[in-house]
Design a protein around this ligand. Structure first.
Ligand code: SF4
Ligand code: MG
Length: 329
């Protein structure tokens, strides 16, 4: 069991995700990787389905940021590779070919790797009883590695290269964001599911430790702002995560041992336009469309609060936009 981290001063000084990478300045998934590796510690094997976290961190030109074992998996195979690795360690220990010890197997996948192409593999992985097997979805709300195409976690209204806003389709992406974490909580074997973001950093790190100690398959979805795909100043990545929480554009929660709770309730709610206006991908939205996003967030928040009150998951709930708003000229 690992202790929870009580203060920033208690954060381990050693990094297992270091320099030698080629991610963009201010890359949210890279910051997430650093926090994840610090929380997990040295007895960890990382697996990386294809994503920016593979392409920009891989072994080209003889550089690599990983100071613990890491290997690449096929884009759709993160779940299966995680299970296979955990099974291999279990078998080697059972046959006394390895000493018995706690080894973390962590698959750090993007929204393509876990929300779309690798969704079925992830779902399969959540059905086994391997402890210390953790799947982390770094959600940057697009296929960033291949040029910022829409994924099923891209929010309504965002411009991507597959959902450009223009004369014919003014809004951009018309699909509603999939709530992957809630679907993972629906898996009967699951011991721990949470959402988090880069702020406050101890929230994510402690959720990683709780997940690894939960005794079963676990999953965390972390919102990781992507300066390149969202069009914002790279110096603001962590501040962005904070604004996402304060506007409730992102909701931080955990589901442990069958009990649900919100882990961040903003004291003073900030209007969502303060979050949207900082991002180029929403610059084309008209005031009425921004108001509609606010209405959907307010409506959804009532369900989150009710779940927090009842300590259980009621229903996956995604309010739909009014058809009249979608049809705005
Ligand atoms: Fe990171 Fe986005 Fe750049 Fe990919 S495109 S390396 S996710 S900032
Ligand atoms: Mg992505």
């Amino acid at each position: 069991m690992s202790d929870l981290i009580k203060s920033v001063k208690a954060v381990p000084a050693v990094d297992y995700y270091k320099s030698g990478r080629r991610t963009c300045a201010g890359c949210g998934p890279a910051i997430g990787y650093r926090l994840l590796s610090k929380a997990a510690g040295p007895n960890t094997v990382f697996l990386g389905p294809t994503s920016c976290m593979y392409v920009a961190n891989g072994h080209q030109y003889l550089t690599s940021p990983y100071a613990v074992p890491w290997y690449h998996t096929q884009l759709g195979g993160g779940g299966a590779a995680g299970v296979g690795t955990a099974a291999a360690f279990r078998a080697l220990m059972a046959k006394r070919k390895r000493k018995n010890e706690d080894i973390n197997v962590i698959v750090y996948g993007g929204d393509g790797g876990f929300a779309d192409i690798g969704f079925s593999s992830l779902s399969m992985g959540m059905g086994y009883d391997y402890s210390r097997l953790l799947f982390v979805l770094n959600d940057n709300e697009s296929y960033a590695n291949t040029g910022i195409q829409a994924s099923s976690t891209t929010p309504w209204g965002a411009t991507t290269t597959f959902t450009p806003s223009g004369k014919v389709k003014q809004i951009g992406n018309l699909r509603l964001k999939k709530n992957v974490a809630l679907t993972m909580a629906a898996h009967p074997a699951v011991k721990y599911v949470a959402t988090s973001t880069l702020h406050p950093p101890l929230d994510f790190m402690n959720k990683v430790r709780k997940a690894l100690d939960s005794g079963g398959p676990s999953f965390i979805e972390i919102l990781t702002p992507c300066p390149k795909g969202w069009f914002f100043d790279p110096k603001d990545t962590v501040q962005f995560a904070k604004v996402a929480l304060e506007t409730r554009a992102w909701v931080s929660w955990e589901y442990a041992n069958g009990e649900f709770r919100l882990t961040y309730k903003p004291r003073k709610v900030t209007p969502v336009k303060e979050y949207l206006k900082l991002q180029g991908r929403f610059a084309h939205l008209k005031d009425r469309q921004v108001d509609e996003i606010q209405r959907m967030i307010d409506e959804e928040w009532r369900y989150w609060e009710e779940m927090d009150k009842q300590k259980r998951i009621i229903l996956p709930w995604t309010p739909a936009p009014e058809p009249a708003i979608v049809a705005l000229p």
